[in-house]
Design a protein around this ligand. Structure first.
Ligand SMILES: Cc1ncc(COP(=O)(O)O)c(C=O)c1O
Length: 460
């Protein structure tokens, strides 16, 4: 690099100039950053040379693992041939056209058209705007409300922060939430009445959704947005029959389903998409993260043929579809997406996620269920959450205040060489390792977790 290198540590430069996302700003101003210098496979190394297992694949995204030569080559080749061109006004580039076609082949049959973006947030934003546009074209000008779930997470741009339902995302920002209504998260462990069977609980949730639609008026409710398995809000796997019941209600009142597969897409749960695992037929699917395994930012909002037909008809008079980003369908990102999916298919990483995922889920339950600090273990495939709880009185109770014990566990794991993620406003410690992980590496993760839980228990 020919730019002058200042004779100041990275830590000092960071504190001087860098505004960190999702960071406790006051603490950071004191403590400064931990700088990651390199990564390979499932491991990252910081600037002090300390190596950590990345049990969270960055931010649930490095599905094929870090720093793969083949990915570097695909991005390099694309940068040399066509570093950038846009797709506005009917322009196109080869990698983005090929990637759209490949995605449609991989997705549920009713999915028809792909609009690319740059982040999970903008993919959900695009979807909500298209839902509003769709109802405007159909002349249903009042059918605009979006139902979201408490503790759902769909991103942080203004409108999707409004449908995300976590205190940290809402507090202190003035979000325009007029068109948003909320229902309960779907997690049997969190059921409102311990006497409920799983079937009772599913019926309760489905009925709640139906009542909200009826109370609002079905002609005012446009869409339900949800993750197949809620990730950042608490790693909630739905109770049996949940998605079947939800889809029945949505169909009855002509409410669209926006399925947010930003975390669950691209093999994470042992299926290419979680829609397969729960027999979900969405109207709109959003994805990001595993689409390029984080090598280059990219997201996609995918629309059903039914929606597409309405848009086509409407645009005979509307003319231009007035939405898109400078970097929508960026050719470098599309080249990364194609190479990433090719690696996933060739190395059968979705199958690996299913097989090693079953092993992870079993070992977590066998080894940690009875630990005095563990209230619940949830997950599917290579997605898992360990919820800490106070079991001193017998029945597990949430710790108050939330997040303190979980933070101790996250710190202990990190000191013992494992990165996981404490989910926001909770005591749920989540794992979402790269899909290339082996059983031996799972064993290593379990032994670090056990040791760290014991340390937290010991220090209480
Ligand atoms: C389910 C889900 N949707 C959307 C997003 C937002 O994605 P991004 O951070 O790329 O905007 C996230 C981020 O973690 C997510 O977990």
């Amino acid at each position: 690099m020919s730019l002058p290198i200042k004779n100041v540590s990275l830590e000092e430069l960071d504190k001087r100039a860098f505004f960190h996302p999702y960071t406790a700003l006051a603490e950071h101003a004191e403590g400064g950053p931990r700088v990651i210098a390199k990564a390979e496979g499932i491991r990252v190394t910081d600037t002090n040379g300390e190596e950590l297992i990345d049990g969270f694949a960055g931010l649930w995204c490095s599905n094929i693992g870090y720093s793969r030569e083949e990915m570097a080559e695909a991005i390099y080749e694309q940068a040399r041939t066509l570093s950038y061109f846009h797709c506005f006004g009917s322009m196109g580039t080869e990698p983005s056209i090929r990637l759209a076609d490949l995605l449609i082949d991989l997705m549920p049959d009713n999915m028809s058209k792909v609009q690319f973006g740059n982040s999970g947030s903008d993919a959900n934003d695009t979807s909500i705007k298209v839902v509003w546009l769709y109802n405007n074209i159909l002349g249903r000008h009042h059918k605009k409300k979006i139902i979201a779930r408490h503790r759902g997470y769909h991103g942080i741009t203004t409108q999707v922060a409004a449908v995300s339902s976590l205190p940290t995302v809402h507090s202190a920002f003035d979000l325009p939430i007029e068109r948003v209504r909320r229902v309960s998260p779907a997690c049997y462990y969190w059921r409102p009445d311990k006497a409920m069977t799983e079937a009772d609980y599913t019926a309760y949730l489905v009925n709640e959704l139906e009542q909200v639609i009826l109370n609002e008026g079905p002609d005012t409710v446009a869409a339900f947005i949800a993750e197949p398995i809620a990730g950042a809000g608490g790693l909630f796997t739905p109770p049996d029959g949940y998605w079947e019941g939800v889809q029945r209600v949505l169909a009855k009142y002509d409410v669209l389903l926006i399925l947010d597969e930003v975390v669950t897409g691209f093999g994470r749960v042992g299926h290419m998409f979680a829609a397969e695992a729960y027999a979900i037929v969405p109207d709109i699917m959003t994805m990001a993260k595993g689409l390029t395994s984080g090598y280059v930012p990219m997201s996609a909002s995918v629309f059903s043929e039914d929606i597409w037909q309405v848009l086509l008809e409407g645009h005979k008079t509307l003319g231009v579809f007035g939405h898109g980003y400078t970097y929508s369908a960026h050719p470098l990102a599309a080249a990364a997406g194609l190479a990433n999916i090719e690696i996933m298919l060739r190395e059968k990483l979705v199958d690996n996620a299913a097989v090693v995922g079953r092993y992870l889920q079993k070992r977590l339950r066998d080894e940690l269920n009875d630990h005095p600090l563990v209230g619940d273990i949830r997950g599917i495939g290579l997605l898992a959450g360990i919820e800490l709880a106070d079991k001193s009185g017998g029945e597990p109770k949430p710790f108050e205040p939330r997040g303190v014990e979980g933070q101790k566990l996250a710190v202990a794991c990190r000191n013992n060489g494992l990165i996981g993620r404490l989910l926001m406003d909770s005591d749920v410690f989540a794992l979402s390792p790269p899909l290339i992980i082996s059983n031996d590496e799972v064993d290593l993760i379990i032994s670090i977790l056990k040791k760290s839980l014991d340390e937290v228990l010991h220090d209480r």
